[in-house]
Design a protein around this ligand. Structure first.
Ligand SMILES: [Zn+2]
Length: 345
């Protein structure tokens, strides 16, 4: 069942230097290990470059954080999750590249895997692509969080009559994070039906994770313009821009700098997979450092819907070489400052 899981990909040999490391299409054990060997030749502390998922808890210990706090993970009703996986497997039109999901495991196995890696806070982000869906999704994700220590009570919404009512209800039930996916949702974020909701979230200071960027495939509702219009109207909104706004990194970094309560999540960015889709511009690294130290860059991974091991997200952040204080801020301090300390193990 877990032939692609952490147990089968132990990192033996990664300290042996990179002479034999091969670059090439990734997704195989050899190529993954080879790529890391090359990176280790840059002289970084190997404990801070987890080679595979089994090394992630050691990464936390070496960094001196109690664990990881990942604001961008997905848990969905089983039928819907299967459909999402089928869509990725078939490289649906909003994906554009081959994207074989790595962690097609049961909810319980995926939660256990997060815990084994030391991920102590995570979310259950769901999103609707048509009307009459969001309230049911919320019932499922909120119940999931109640039954799953460490999972943030998560909810979503869609521009439809009654949306203000079920968002109020979710807030009253203790929702602590919302998610919107403008690309899959296929709606404009400044739809008048949502105006009340943005006001409610701003007032409640509850963060909303928004897939607002064009990547992997843009639509008329993605990019810095449409969500920028929402922020202009609701400047007090607590928003987390998913995927750092890829590919319009600089424009979204600017929104985070300009608006007091706008942050970005690292989801999939700085991995070799995403570097091929939308490479992060080296010139923007100083902003990433400054915003991270200012509490505005948060660890996100997209687990389990990723075509590579979780460790690569963490190693990608470490390879940026922005300092241990930055890594501690992004992987733990910033999300915990926003969401509060997760329950003890
Ligand atoms: Zn996601």
């Amino acid at each position: 069942m877990r032939e692609t899981g952490p147990a089968g990909a132990s990192g033996t040999g990664r300290e042996n230097g990179g002479a034999g490391g091969k670059h090439g299409p990734f997704g195989t054990k050899e190529n993954f290990a080879g790529g890391l060997e090359v990176q280790l030749n840059l002289g970084m502390d190997s404990a801070l470059l987890p080679g595979d998922d089994a090394d992630v808890s050691g990464f936390c210990r070496a960094l001196g954080v109690p664990g990881l706090a990942d604001v961008h993970t997905h848990f969905l009703p089983p039928r819907m999750l299967r459909r999402v996986w089928e869509y990725f497997d078939a490289s649906g039109p909003l994906i554009g590249v081959s994207w074989p999901i790595r962690y097609k495991w049961s909810d319980a196995e995926r939660v256990a895997h997060l815990r084994a890696m030391g991920v102590r806070m995570f979310s259950a982000l769901a999103y609707a692509h048509r009307p009459d869906m969001a309230a049911d999704l919320n019932a499922w994700t909120m119940a999931f969080a109640r039954a799953t220590p460490g999972c943030l009570p998560s909810a979503t919404f869609y521009p439809e009559p009654g949306v203000g009512g079920y968002v109020r209800e979710a807030l009253a039930d203790g929702a602590r994070v919302f998610k919107l996916h403008l690309q899959v949702g296929g709606f404009r974020p400044d739809d008048p039906l949502l105006d009340e909701v943005w006001g409610l979230l701003a007032e409640a200071r509850v963060p909303v994770v928004v897939h607002a960027g064009h990547a992997p495939v843009g639509t008329e509702h993605t990019g810095p313009g449409p969500f920028g219009a929402v922020l202009a109207r609701h400047p007090g909104l607590t928003a987390i821009i998913a995927h750092m706004g890829a590919p319009d990194y600089e424009a979204f970094l600017r929104l985070a700098a300009d608006y007091e309560r706008v942050a970005l999540d690292t989801t999939m960015i700085f991995t070799d997979f995403f570097d091929k889709l939308a490479p992060f511009p080296a010139a923007a690294r100083p902003q990433v450092r400054d915003l991270g130290l200012a509490g505005k860059i948060l660890l996100g991974s997209d687990f389990p819907n990723i075509p590579y091991p979780y460790a690569r997200q963490v190693a990608g952040l470490a390879r940026l070489d922005l300092g241990d204080a930055w890594l501690r801020a992004v992987c733990w301090d910033n999300p915990v400052a926003l969401f509060g300390e997760p329950p003890a193990d």
